[in-house]
Design a protein around this ligand. Structure first.
Ligand code: BGC
Length: 344
């Protein structure tokens, strides 16, 4: 398998590239080393018709002007850190605040806005793009130089695999994720409310109106949050304040296993999500509001795409109830997440 590389644009004189990975059955993944952004994923529907099932732009410029983290690697800590503050080993830290009084998705210039060093790697059964970035000590307020490697792999059996590793020289919170917005209807213009989702989670993290966690862990049983049995996203979304934007606590408990399945009946397209992570943020694209016109001239209205962000629990560094998300010198952070595409 081969990887094509073309110039995508320049940022402050530095070249940014677009890489195209294609597998034996024609599935195509495009990635730029700016933010590790997945700009397109083309998969067939049940009639064999290929279409792009992710939200984004056709040029680098779009991503530089405005993006709600389309397709990006998110870090150093995904989701919110309340008031951008935490105490670690007796020391107080203040992070950059980029969502009102809170810190969101790694801050003002998070990993989604960095130029990553990219190395294509291919063999007979897969093609991969290795992305590396070193986040310096103090960046966005975080302690320690953090070396991060993310390897995106496209396999011949239609899996998009993401392997993350990181090492630090000072204790730091860490929570990496991937922020692709999926719409299995492709470029048809249909939103995701009739997509059927199943999430393998008995519990979720409750949130305040500003979407920071309250620290409480609630059961999905008997609530509009329960997706243990497959249901259309739109069935009960109107009864959930703001729409779905919650960390589901996966029943796999941090062991590699199936987190979720997303199915669009009309196109027949399916995504199965597997991960080593203990949580998954199900975000139903609630803040899309029609102000962004993306690739193919599509207007991204509310609920036009959804994210399935495998992760550690948001704000874990401040929540005594949540499992710890601290990486210490000598340890290696590891995560494996697979999005497997198919039709039914
Ligand atoms: C969060 C949303 C946030 C969005 C940014 C998601 O991961 O859960 O609350 O608004 O990212 O586009």
């Amino acid at each position: 398998m081969e990887i094509a590389k073309e110039l995508f644009g320049k940022i402050d004189g530095t070249d940014v590239f677009l890489f195209t990975l294609v597998n034996k059955s024609g599935m195509q993944l495009q990635v730029t080393n700016y933010g590790g952004i997945v700009t397109s994923i083309k998969v067939p529907d049940k009639n064999g018709k290929f279409d792009d099932i992710v939200l984004g732009y056709d040029s680098l410029k779009g991503y530089l002007i405005e993006t709600p983290y389309f397709g990006a690697i998110v870090g150093r800590c995904a989701n919110r850190i309340s008031y951008g503050k935490f105490t670690l080993d007796g020391k107080d830290y203040t992070l950059s605040l980029n969502e009102g009084p809170h810190h969101l998705h790694g801050g003002t210039v998070g990993f989604d806005k960095k130029i990553w060093q990219a190395t294509p790697m291919t063999d007979d059964s897969s093609s991969s793009l290795k992305l590396q970035y070193t986040s310096p000590d103090g960046e966005e307020g975080y302690p320690g130089n953090l070396d991060v490697t993310v390897v995106y792999t496209l396999t011949n059996d239609n899996k998009f695999q993401i392997e993350y590793t990181a090492k630090t020289d000072k204790a730091t919170p860490i929570n990496l994720t991937h922020h692709t917005y999926f719409n299995l209807a492709g470029t048809s213009g249909r939103n995701i409310l009739d997509h059927i989702i199943q999430i393998n989670a008995d519990r979720y993290c409750s949130t305040n109106p500003d979407l920071t966690p309250t620290g409480e862990i609630l059961n999905v049983e008997g609530t509009n949050m329960d997706f243990r049995t497959p249901l259309p996203i739109g069935a009960r979304i109107g009864m959930v304040r703001g729409g779905y934007d919650h960390n589901y606590i996966l029943n796999t408990k941090g062991q590699f296993g199936k987190a979720a399945e997303l199915y669009d009946e009309k196109s027949g397209r399916v995504i199965e999500v597997f991960t080593t992570e203990p949580g998954m943020q199900f975000y139903s694209g609630n803040f899309l509001d029609g102000s962004i016109v993306g690739e193919y001239g599509l207007v991204y209205q509310k609920n036009y795409g959804l994210c399935l962000e495998t992760q550690r629990f948001p704000d874990a560094i401040n929540q005594p109830n949540f499992p710890d998300n601290i990486l210490r010198p000598g340890e290696t952070y590891k995560q494996l997440t697979i999005y497997k595409f198919g039709v039914r």
